[in-house]
Design a protein around this ligand. Structure first.
Ligand SMILES: Nc1ncnc2c1ncn2[C@@H]1O[C@H](COP(=O)(O)OP(=O)(O)OP(=O)(O)O)[C@@H](O)[C@H]1O
Ligand SMILES: [Zn+2]
Ligand SMILES: [Zn+2]
Length: 809
């Protein structure tokens, strides 16, 4: 018998979307398994590509001959499978429902370092038998992976890896994956250190501390960071120690744990209120009975949804099961991570975009090695290689960032439900403002609704909300960003030493530069959009292609020098605010002030410790913050998103206003919200004012019904782009014709139309939209479009298919 493998190769085209058959060489016969990555020859010449093994089969000589000439697998890249059976099945589902290539789906599930070009090493992490250490490792700490795989003792090595005594280390070429930091080692014996202490002056406390540390270290190495954080010995003192000949400085490799220097005070479960109890009960019953069900946990802001998640997860862990908790853009909610780490300690792995690639890989490995049972992370954490999952949670389930904007365009909610069915476990979608789709499904009892109607803190109530009509403020002649009402209320809070959160809504809004004489606005040379003013480096920048140029001193059209700056960036508002309240301490939180790693967390910590009076920020401050001393929330401009040609504009505005309002009055003191708007009568604003989700939901459903929008209709968007406008246009007309032929007359095919921004990076974009209720032929039609798009691609035409797009702009 000979072994062969079905391999999906790393070439995203239709022809390669079904597996190819490769011979497994005898030397790898025992190694190659389903779910491993391999290197295989592909096409002509010496081209080698990465591939995933989908299946390993045994064939007789006869069967083999029937298969014809087969190529042979060149290398194997893993010692154990990186994707298990579940994830391989999931990739197949994703491919079919997102209309993308299988290889893209498979790669999406793994940390990026595993997709890239890399070198691999087999590393000793624990005691291994002496003879292997000598003969295979030649007494070194690590050997190249290929050397290990071709070794006669590969079987033993595999066993040692399973026992976590060996580990595979990936080294991305041209990138140093090892993280080295400065450390030091003692040069003194215990007695010598004692003597040195006696020679010190009485007041030399710091040096005495260092000597004590050196005694404690014996011959171990301590990093400078550890010395500082754990022992309060500073760099300067260590340098002094080196000069005295007490210690030597060395480089040490550290394992990356992004949360290593945080201390998490253990937290205990709270006593749940009745509603929380009922919700938790419903969830845990399904965990116990191993029964899948999707719940919609709809709880007003501050109702204690997180506590329900925590206790649900605790129950899963008690049964020896694991759990996934998704949060949007986790970097933005350090408080959440904190809560999970405090409750579950080292059992938690955190996966999110702010981690470096190396850190992400280290966390992923922690999950794979079953060292972590709870995964907290942003969208892609839904692919965490956990086994025996007992609970999956999506917090803030309405967030659009759960949908990936690139191929494969999957929605984490769908993946979560698929995995929930696979593991026969409950899935919880939580939000104060559920997406219309989810709320409608709960209405039809596809999901089970779990309501939390009051704030968990019994002394806290929902804040009162006032809407200020900015049209009136303008006629009063004030051109500032602040209404009189808001200013008064801010002053009140400052007097009472309470805190204020102010939000500047930046969606669909930009600050730009215009000539006062002729009205000329500086456009991007590559895109059909005006450049945005960036105050931090005083440049004009394009948000789509990154093009940057200086602020013009004179108008390029009429040579006038009257250049005017429009729009209020957070920076400008901050200056205004500081002038109005000279003694107030203000923290600004926007893209510019949070660019540096950890900056976000530091700002929030400072605010939480009440070291600032006012937190001024963009949308990033709207969610998840739980600061009891905040009694006033101000929204400076509620309606910038309302006028966008987006069928979700009202929904997004309502959600944002409700979420940000929810930051007020979470403690014992009552909260108040001021919403400044130019559209005080718009229903999204009115319902947000009353924080009445149910009425908003009913009104918005009617609007969607009238416009044939989701959740009444399903939608697909297809976009064609090309460097020449007519090519993109012609293709989209062709697609519309084709779809109208293929689909039933009930399907609505809209367009083609140029996209709201027609040209980006010198490419022209045309879109068409399909709305439908039931279209059995749709999948086939879309597959055909995907297939033929390959040919078009070679001519520079790009076609993307987006199922249930976030918006049509
Ligand atoms: N059963 C309880 N008893 C007392 N306090 C509670 C209870 N449950 C939650 N809390 C507290 O209530 C506050 C709000 O809870 P939490 O942040 O979980 O609400 P949330 O529903 O997630 O809110 P949001 O949607 O606004 O983020 C927290 O400070 C939390 O510690
Ligand atoms: Zn001009
Ligand atoms: Zn541009």
């Amino acid at each position: 018998m000979t072994k062969i493998a079905q391999v999906i190769v790393d070439v995203p085209t239709m022809q390669t979307d079904t597996p190819f058959t490769y011979l497994i060489p005898l030397s790898l016969a025992e190694t190659v398994q389903t779910g491993m990555r391999v290197v295989v020859p592909f096409g002509g010449g010496n081209r080698k590509v990465q591939g995933f093994v989908l299946q390993v089969l045994e064939k007789t000589e006869e069967e083999l001959t029937a298969l014809g000439q087969l190529k042979t697998i060149s290398e194997v890249m893993d010692l154990s499978p990186v994707l298990n059976g579940e994830l391989l099945d999931l990739a197949e589902m994703m491919k079919q429902t997102t209309f993308s290539f299988k290889i893209t789906c498979l790669q999406t599930m793994l940390p990026r370092v595993m997709r890239a070009d890399y070198e691999k090493w087999l590393v000793i992490v624990d005691e291994i038998p002496e003879d292997i250490y000598e003969q295979v490792f030649h007494c070194l700490d690590e050997i190249p992976f290929q050397e290990a795989v071709s070794s006669e003792r590969v079987g033993e090595l595999k066993k040692l890896k399973r026992e976590n005594k060996l580990e595979v280390r990936y080294e991305v070429k041209a990138r140093n994956k090892k993280k080295m930091v400065q450390g030091f080692r003692s040069l003194l014996s215990f007695e010598q250190a004692e003597e040195a202490k006696e020679d010190l002056r009485k007041t030399a406390h710091k040096q005495r501390k260092l000597l004590a540390l050196l005694q404690q270290l014996e011959d171990k190495v301590c990093t400078l960071v550890d010395a500082n954080k754990k022992y309060q010995v500073s760099r300067g003192v260590i340098q002094k120690g080196e000069e005295n000949g007490w210690l030597e400085l060395v480089e040490v490799e550290v394992k990356r744990d992004p949360y290593a220097y945080h201390t998490f005070k253990p937290s205990q479960p709270l006593v749940l209120n009745d509603e929380q109890q009922a919700a938790c009960q419903a969830i845990t019953t399904h965990i116990h009975q191993q029964q899948h069900k999707t719940f919609l946990l709809q709880g007003v802001t501050g109702s204690g949804k997180t506590e329900v998640y925590l206790q649900g997860i605790a129950e899963a862990l008690k049964l020896g099961k694991t759990a996934i908790m998704l949060v949007p853009e986790i970097a933005l909610t350090p408080q959440t991570v904190h809560r999970f780490k405090s409750r579950f300690g080292n059992q938690v792995a955190v996966l999110h975009s702010a981690l470096s690639e190396g850190e992400k890989y280290d966390e992923w490995r922690k999950i794979e090695k079953k060292e972590a049972q709870v995964v907290v992370g942003a969208r892609s954490a839904i692919f965490a290689p956990l086994e025996n999952i007992g609970l999956i949670i999506l917090d803030e389930e309405h967030e659009t960032s759960y949908k990936q904007e690139d191929t494969p365009r999957y929605h984490a909610r769908n993946i979560a439900i698929w995995r929930g069915k696979y593991h026969q476990c409950p899935v919880v979608l939580g939000s104060a403002t559920p997406s219309l789709e989810s709320r409608a499904r709960a209405h039809k009892q596809v999901y089970q609704l779990l309501p939390l109607t009051k704030r968990a803190n019994t002394k806290a109530t929902l804040p009162s909300v006032n809407v200020v009509d900015m049209r009136e403020e303008i006629t009063k002649g004030s051109m500032q960003s602040f209404s009189e009402t808001l200013l008064e209320k801010v002053q009140h809070r400052l007097d009472r030493k309470e805190q204020v959160v102010l939000m500047l809504n930046r969606r669909g809004y930009s600050s730009f530069v215009m000539c006062r004489d002729c009205g000329y606005v500086l456009p991007c040379p590559n895109c059909d959009i005006s450049l945005t003013l960036h105050m931090d480096n005083l440049k004009m920048k394009c948000h789509y292609c990154g093009h940057e140029e200086n602020i013009p001193k004179e108008c390029p059209i009429c040579q006038s020098h009257k250049i005017r700056y429009y729009g209020t960036g957070t920076q400008k508002v901050e200056e205004e605010l500081q002038q109005l309240f000279p003694t107030a301490s203000i923290l600004r939180m926007d893209v510019d002030t949070t660019r540096r790693k950890g900056a976000h967390e530091r700002l929030l910590k400072k605010f939480g410790e009440r070291k600032a009076d006012i937190l001024l920020g963009t949308q990033m401050i709207a969610k998840g913050l739980d600061f009891p001393n905040v009694t006033l929330v101000g929204v400076l401009n509620a309606d910038t998103a309302l006028n966008l040609p987006d069928f979700r504009a009202s929904e997004k505005t309502f959600q944002l206003l409700t979420q940000v309002s929810g930051r007020a009055g979470r403690g014992d003191k009552p909260g108040e919200v001021i919403i400044q708007t130019f559209n005080p009568t718009h229903y999204a604003i009115e319902y947000a004012k009353n924080q009445d989700y149910e009425l908003f939901y009913r009104h918005e459903m009617q609007m969607r019904h009238l416009g044939n929008y989701p959740p009444y209709f399903f939608t697909v968007q297809i976009v064609a782009s090309h460097e020449q406008e007519e090519v993109a246009a012609r293709k989209s007309f062709e697609l519309v014709r084709y779809l109208k032929q293929q689909l039933t007359p009930q399907a609505i095919v809209l367009g083609p139309t140029p996209k709201a921004i027609l040209r980006i990076k010198n490419r022209y974009y045309y879109q068409l939209v399909i709305k439908y209720k039931q279209e059995p032929e749709l999948a086939n039609a879309l597959r055909t479009i995907l297939e033929t798009s390959q040919k078009d691609y070679r001519q520079g035409l790009k076609i993307t298919i987006d199922i249930e797009p976030n918006s049509f702009i």
